[in-house]
Design a binder for this molecule. Sequence first.
Ligand code: SF4
Length: 823
Amino acid sequence: VLDYYRYNPLIFSHLDACHDRFIGKGFKEITDLSTPTKSKFINSVRENFSLKTTEKQDNNFKDQLNVISAGSREKEIELVAKQIKLLLQNKNTEPNKICVVFNLIEKYSPIIRDRFSLFGIPFNLTDRFSLSTSEPVKGIIHFLEVAEDDFYYKNILRAFSNYFIQIAEVDLSNLLKVSVELKIVSGYANWISRITDKINELSSNYDENERREELIKNCRQAEKEIQKIKSMLVPFEKKLTPEQFLNEILSLIFELNFPATILNAKNDVVEKDLKALNTFINSLREFIEILKLESGKEIKYELRFYLNQIRTLTAFSRYNIAEKSGYGVQITTLNEIRGLNFDYLFICGLNDGDFPTRFSPEIFFSGSFAKEEVRYQIEQRYLFYQALCSWRKELFLTYPLFEEKKELVQSSFLQDFLKIFSTQSKNEQSFSSTIFSKRELLEHIGFLQYEERKSINISEELNINLQKINHSIEIDKKRKEDPFGNFGYSGFIGENIPNILKDQLNEITDREFSATQLETYAKCPYKFFLENILRIQTVEEPLEELEAFEFGSLLHSILFIFYSSLKRTGIVLKNCSENDFKMAEKLLFDLAHKKFDDLNLTSESAFFEREKLLGINDKKKNSILYKFLLEERNRDDGYIPSFFELGFGKVKNESAKRIPVKKEIKISDVKLRGKIDRVDVNDSDKTLKVVDYKLSGTKPTIEDLKTGLSLQLPLYLYASKELISAYFKDDYKPAGAQIFSLKYSEKDFGIRLVNLYKKGKNDSLENKIENAEEMIKICKSMVSTYVKAISEGKFNLSLLDNRESKICRYCDFKKICRIQEIN
Ligand code: SF4
């Protein structure tokens, strides 16, 4: 049967030639009178669709024609699902009498799977899946890409995040940890050499250190993991003939245990993955045959060539999974329902661009298939017309208004349709008085008052624990009313906990604290809790660049070795001779060159940092290190740099040196640990100054020192006074803390005093000592307060007024804490 109507060229003119040929061959035209009411509707479409503009709309079908608009594609499908639920429930319809169609179904398939499952609607989705989105196929491609891009860490991460690429010997999180720690971005040789160097470096250090042991273990494991991956990819490193490549891929699929992974998966994905893998292997076989025919069997190609072909092949290949006939709501494309009839039909995605789609000439593929835009529009209109012929009881035309923030245009087909027929309109509001899913019920319960919640009756079948919900709602309410209140869910976990947990909290306060930890507690107790008690770590990506903190530690290490070596030569920089200065300069620059070269960095930013450190355009005088030497030589305060990287407690960094004094640094019962960059001593008046190297040049504010937010320098003053007095067996007094800014720019470079008072105050030695003692006093009092609060389990969110700028802005935990609700 050829469905044709001569007088509406905007629907049928592409069939003119075909119709005339049939008539020429003796075929007869007949009018379909089988379904009289329906024929009236179809006839009206045939005669008027896209032609009629001014006359009155046809009211005869209003009860059967519906238009549903929604805010987004997701909402559109939600409203379709709700409408289907109403049909199933109110009209006792069988699901298989309902059909939902799309022109571009791929935009909707994931949304349908999600929303229809959520609303508990059985459905049968006939969508053809692209091979490029199939997990086993992506697994093969990503695994081969590890070899293609020479072990680029992102490819390793991508490959091993695929559940088909699971190799017993490879632990992805360990590989990532090591790549971040050792700054390995890519290159198999680079992975191995950096890991080996690190193991050697750590093994030659005999300090007892848990972290060192753990890192050695991680490095050894990472080395084996990388070697294992390499061994599986070796066959693809050389050029291969098409047949060899096919055989290697098949072996790899078996070596990676794909068949077992597929069969052990959940039932609903077994068929899909199996079909995808099968389609992939068949398509690959076809491609290999074509390649052999076109270029010969013996030509060998590199992996990159094959991967490019596979990527194209999978992007254009699709596969189907078998339909479950007669099961659920039928969801398919417009093309698939030609000639079929359903009681209820939904035509969705009625936007310009979706249906009609934009015309894209095919001349780029083949001149012989080129179509004119007009003809293309008519073909699409005909497709719409055919869909309009496929319903019996009700028709639903649906469209979304927005896609993300972009406004969508209603389909011109729908606009033409509305010119002919009166319809019923529905939108989100139309469905708002009914609850359609368990999730909506839970949301509804959430908005009820306590008394209302108590009186509702919920069927056991729904498995909803109202008591638990009441409890959660009450907690949430309390949290909102008093976000920093003294109760467990606001971070005060010390009360009403078993004794065993109380003991554990007390044990925490027995540990050694660093200034950084205590400063974190001061700014945000909750952040302290996450980092130091739950020990949550965020995973970073490895960077080849020299990050600021690494540049800082490089500088620290250079200056430490420099001063230790200089001390052995007997040279004192302050007011030194030209000759001594030259010797010191050579010592410092040779050392820095070697340290930088050892890092083996190649990025542009690393080059820039090197120039800043060692001299722009090889001019030493334009360097941080030269400026440092000058600053030290010209100092006139009577202090001599005497102790470097002075450690106390168990310091993380192995290079921290303790002076040979056994002295525990404590404030009340609180044990402390840390590493002081430098202590300068004035032997004549028996005073000392603490020096902290900083790349940023910023120094603590008076406010932070007074309120106990900045503890590091006061704590170091206290520790150095204790240690140095013990070392010299004499009373050495603290006379100030200094920031040595190593920022390249002239105006920011140099030594700055950290003080509790504004400049201009009498700066006699007595005042300096008094000021330093005052800083220590505040620090001691605050440290005791903080550690007491920790032992009591007080871990509330940051109470600071300016918390956003002080700590939250760069906090990794912003997404999991509730501060945004409070703000
Ligand atoms: S975002 Fe702010 S309040 Fe939240 S954990 Fe981090 S520092 Fe604390």
